[in-house]
Each structure stands twice: as C-alpha cells, then as structure tokens.
Write a new protein. Structure first.
Length: 170
C-alpha cells in the first residue's frame, strides 16, 4: 500500500473516531428518532466523508475538521431531502408529458418555446434548478464559482423572459 493511501486511511479513521458522537447526534436529530433511518444516515455520512476527503484542507486544526465533518453530514441530509421530493422532469420531458387535447396545444408550446433559445449548459442549469439544487451546489458540481453560476442563471432568465414577451433577438 502506498504512503498516500495509508495517510488517507489514517486521516479517515481519525476523523471518524474524533467525530463519531457528533455524526450520530446529527443523524439522530435529522431522523427524528427513527433508529433505522439514523443508521442509514450515519453510513451515508461516512461514505460522504470518505469520498470527499480530498476537499479537506491538509494541516487543518481539529475545530476546522469538526466543522468540515458537520458540513459533510448536512450535505447528506440536504441531498436526501431533495431525493425524497417529487421528481421534476427536464423541460423537454415536461413538455411531452403535458396532456394536450387536439384543439389546444398552447401550454405545451409555451414550455417548448421557453427552452428554444437556451444553449445546452443553460438547459442543464434549468434542469438542476427544477430538481431543487441550490446555486452553490451547482457551482461545486461544475467546479466554477457561485457568481459564475449566478450570471448563467440571470442570462437564462433573461432569455426566457425575452421569449415570453416576444422581444427575441433575431
């Protein structure tokens, strides 16, 4: 086993050992006392900590590590909450799923028209926003800054507003 892998295992074991009680308490509170759900959440938190270990700043003090572990647990809770929400369909699928009588396709056409001017990245952003992701989470997923995602969202909204008003640029 390489020294790097050994260091990763040691760091993970140390984080879990020092923060086991806090993780358990956070999961217990989030599960409202449901022991089975609490156990699932604890396992998901351990996995999140393991897979995101590379984002922990090396040489951080115990208090920073504790805050990082708590943040990872809250991220798991947030993801689970999103997962339990009703599923939002992407714009194309949403447009296809709207029941449309033969004589009135107006709602379906409006949804399709809103997404026409969007490029692939803007459509992806719209889909993620409809799924309930926050801008900070999208920025983290895409590896860009929060302000860059915010600008992309503003441009997307401007395009959609222009499309609804009929002020579309030729």
């Amino acid at each position: 086993m390489s020294d790097i892998a050994h260091t990763e295992y040691a760091l993970f074991d140390n984080l879990i050992e020092q923060n086991r009680r806090m993780i358990r308490i956070l999961c217990w509170r989030h599960s409202s006392g449901d022991e089975e759900l609490c156990a699932e959440l604890v396992q998901e938190c351990y996995l999140a900590i393991w897979f995101r270990l590379g984002t922990l700043r090396r040489g951080s003090i115990a208090l920073q590590q504790r805050a990082w572990v708590a943040w990872q647990c809250r991220s798991v809770f947030s993801h689970r909450k999103r997962k339990d929400r009703p599923i939002w369909l992407p714009v194309d699928a949403l447009a296809e799923s709207i029941p449309s009588p033969d004589n009135d396709n107006s709602l379906r056409e409006q949804i399709e028209e809103l997404a026409v001017d969007l490029n692939a990245k803007e459509r992806q952003l719209l889909d993620l926003l409809l799924e309930g992701y926050q801008l900070t989470e999208i920025a983290h997923m895409w590896g860009i800054t929060y302000s860059a995602v915010k600008k992309k969202k503003q441009r997307m909204i401007e395009k959609m507003k222009a499309r609804t008003k009929g002020d579309r640029k030729p």
